[in-house]
Design a protein around this ligand. Structure first.
Ligand SMILES: NC(=O)c1ccc[n+]([C@@H]2O[C@H](COP(=O)([O-])OP(=O)(O)OC[C@H]3O[C@@H](n4cnc5c(N)ncnc54)[C@H](OP(=O)(O)O)[C@@H]3O)[C@@H](O)[C@H]2O)c1
Length: 225
């Protein structure tokens, strides 16, 4: 039996993966904000009988290190960034543009994964996986332009039932390397230019500084430098 935490597990891909693993007898913790979706998830879980990614990942390091096959699976869009990061305005407070924010968010997500894999103890695996576009709730606070684009993305999108399969494959058979990136079944070279370790270290520093403003202590991971 495995212990699985799904950040964003009350809807979409997280929900489908969580329910599958519950049905197979694993212990699953799901995180979400919407109480109604939470209650619906619990109802679905009962029918079976059965924050933040950054803070969550580092706070679980001890548990991960003690687990037999520890894995963090980050459903994302690895390797798709433009290489340009607004270091002075990571939250896009100035001149917000939905697509650029999405692109930058994808890159930052990759960088956090790179640094996590570098700092985590040896048995921990970190996987960035893009299943392709999936017809889920695609929740978010979108402006009109982004809302139209998100709607357009649904045309030809895969169903949740299809897209969850490669996610479950990775959960069942974690890769051997500390860091793996997969886009629609195709592995990416995580030593390539899209996976810049200097930028990853810089983002770790920026993130811990931001969290310190909210009173969150700096995570202490293996490979601290
Ligand atoms: N769908 C795609 O085409 C696609 C493609 C590549 C990658 N992804 C990535 O896969 C992940 C899941 O996507 P999805 O399409 O399955 O999403 P979704 O259907 O919109 O589900 C989002 C889940 O995340 C929770 N959530 C949203 N904002 C949250 C927050 N601030 N704090 C905690 N929980 C939050 C939601 O629950 P509450 O509303 O109750 O909080 C819900 O359980 C996302 O990271 C997405 O970027 C999706």
């Amino acid at each position: 039996m495995k212990h699985i935490v799904v950040a964003g597990g009350t809807d979409g891909l997280g929900r489908a993966a969580a329910l599958d693993r519950l049905a197979k007898g694993d212990t699953v913790v799901v995180i979400g904000r919407n109480p109604m979706r939470g209650a619906e998830f619990l109802a679905a879980a009962e029918a079976l009988g059965g924050g933040d990614r950054f803070v969550l990942g580092y706070e679980m390091l001890d548990l991960l290190a003690a687990a037999p096959r520890p894995l963090i699976l980050n459903v994302a869009g690895p390797g798709s960034g433009t290489g340009q990061i607004r270091w002075g305005d990571l939250g896009f407070a100035q001149g917000y543009h939905g697509l650029r924010a999405l692109s930058q968010g994808g890159q930052l997500n990759d960088l956090l994964g790179i640094e996590f894999a570098r700092r985590a103890p040896a048995p921990v695996r970190y996987v960035l996986l893009h299943p392709g576009v999936v017809d889920t709730g695609l929740s978010g606070d979108y402006d009109l332009e982004m809302a139209a684009r998100v709607q357009a993305m649904r045309v030809g999108a895969q169903s949740v039932a299809q897209a969850v399969r490669p996610i479950l494959d990775v959960l069942n058979n974690p890769p051997a390397d500390p860091l793996t990136a997969i886009v629609q079944g195709r592995p990416l070279d995580v030593r390539g230019p899209a996976f810049d370790s200097a930028a990853a270290a810089r983002l770790f520093g920026e993130t811990t500084r931001l969290l310190a403003d909210f009173g969150v202590p700096s995570p202490v991971g293996a490979g601290e430098s």
